[in-house]
Design a protein around this ligand. Sequence first.
Ligand SMILES: C[S@@+](CC[C@H](N)C(=O)[O-])C[C@H]1O[C@@H](n2cnc3c(N)ncnc32)[C@H](O)[C@@H]1O
Length: 218
Amino acid sequence: MQKDKIKDAYHDSKSFYDRVLTQDNILSKAYMKLFWGGTDDVAIAHQMLSYIPEGFSGTILDVPCGTLVFTSTQWKRLNNAKIFCLDYSEDMLRQAQKRIEGYDHITLQQGDVGALPYEAQSIDLVMSMNGFHAFPDKIKAFDETCRVLKKGGKFIFSFYVRGKLRRADWLVSHILAPKGWFTAPFQTEEEVRQILTEKYTKVEIHTDNAMIWGVCEK
Ligand SMILES: C[S@@+](CC[C@H](N)C(=O)[O-])C[C@H]1O[C@@H](n2cnc3c(N)ncnc32)[C@H](O)[C@@H]1O
């Protein structure tokens, strides 16, 4: 039921999703300024991708991959890596497919972050951009992304946390969650810190208004 709502939400937004997130017009810039305090998703995405060494040749899981709007360029360049891109929405995956046609080292998969179809300790790096605020079961998602990582593997993340910016909290509870783009319950920065420090040996966390992002080592 909740999962159908998420699928429907991303079915409806697949055509304007990229433009909003990348702030490529005046309306999306105004939206980000008004509700998100001017947080720049593109800059955060660049920072997150900068944690991956040049020529990285391990196994990467991008979850949720969405339309690959922020990651496809980097994934195409890393042609010695094996990259799995998983998302719950077939509509988002269809948009993603257009971006990576002909790149055999990248595999798209429909699935649930709460039940990842990978062996324990089989992945070198998990990239989770703008994901956890959309996941219905966040604890399972933290457990699963950690389970599939090898010891020493990296978990790179960004998502919305509640309690940092009132306008963002209002938008999330009155519009984004009812529509199905975001899914409660939402965590605070302190709750996220606690979960990550329990699971990972090294934890680096940054915040920008209502967004939290960073990198952890297992
Ligand atoms: C805000 S988008 C982020 C996509 C991409 N990482 C980006 O930054 O553009 C959130 C995505 O989470 C996906 N999603 C929601 N629940 C999921 C679940 N349980 N398992 C996997 N993906 C899920 C949605 O289908 C949607 O594509």
